[in-house]
Each structure stands twice: as structure tokens, then as C-alpha cells.
Design a protein around this ligand. Sequence first.
Ligand code: HEC
Length: 128
Amino acid sequence: MNRPSTIRHIVIGSRREKSKGRWREAVRAGFTAFALLGCFASAARADDADFVKSKKCMVCHAIDEKRVGPPFKAIAARYANEPGAEARLTNKIRVGGSGAWGILPMPASDSVSDADAKRLAHWVLMQK
Ligand code: HEC
């Protein structure tokens, strides 16, 4: 009487083992993918931070404190929900100007191409 149920137990148990193994594999694959993505993402971030430094933006800006210009985090927060913000900031980085944050103007940047300005604007908007 006891036997069939023991067998069922074993069968179910081994099925469970198998599905646990598959689950573990999936988790491991997920972690690996995640870790790889993390590496790429942080590498891209480091590159962009160097790029921003190379354009002398950090002379007047910091990520999260006010210098001559507003902190990049504050800029990102302010334009977070504004459509067209990237284009607006791209233009501002190119031609400079004042009035959005105070009376101090941001100078036009000759060493920044249109493509650079777009990349910088995109980077600034990511600093949340
Ligand atoms: C000489 C100082 C100075 C430098 C160098 C500088 N900024 Fe600024 N930046 C400012 C000031 C001042 C403001 C605020 C302007 C305003 O109130 O409209 C500003 C504002 C900004 C804004 C917000 C613009 C807006 O309309 O809200 C962005 C984005 C920005 N700067 C990005 C950059 C980037 C990218 C660089 C490097 C290419 C850079 N800044 C270099 C002084 C500077």
C-alpha cells in the first residue's frame, strides 16, 4: 500500500529537482547578462564623464552642487518631463545664454560641435 505513493513521491521529487535546476540556470544566466550590461553601462558612463570634463563643462558645473552654473542633477530634474528638452539644451550648450537659472550667462562653446552638444545634452539629462 505504501509503495505506489513512495514511487510517486520520488517521481515528483525528481521532477521538482529538474525544474529547480532549470530555474537556477535561468537565474545564473540572468545574473551574467545583468553583470555584463552593468559593465557596459558603467563604461559608457565613465566615457561620457571624461567627455564632459574634456569640454571644460566642469569648470562651471558639478553633478550635484551649484557652482557658476546649476548642478547637472538639477537641470536633469527640471527638464525630466519636458518634451524637446534635449534639443533645447543642445542649442543652449552651443550658443550659450542666460535667464533660465539666473542672470549669469553660459558662454557659447566654440570647441563643441553640434554632435558634441547633442551628446552632452543627452548626458546632462541622464544625471538624475
Ligand atoms: C563659464 C561657465 C560655464 C561653462 C564653462 C559651462 N556652463 Fe553650462 N551654464 C552656466 C551658467 C551660468 C548656466 C545658467 C544659464 C541660465 O541661467 O540660463 C548654465 C546652464 C547650463 C545648462 C542648462 C541650460 C538651460 O537653459 O536650462 C546646461 C544643460 C549646461 N549649462 C551645460 C553645459 C555643458 C554641457 C557645458 C560644457 C560644454 C557647460 N554647460 C559649460 C555656466 C557654464
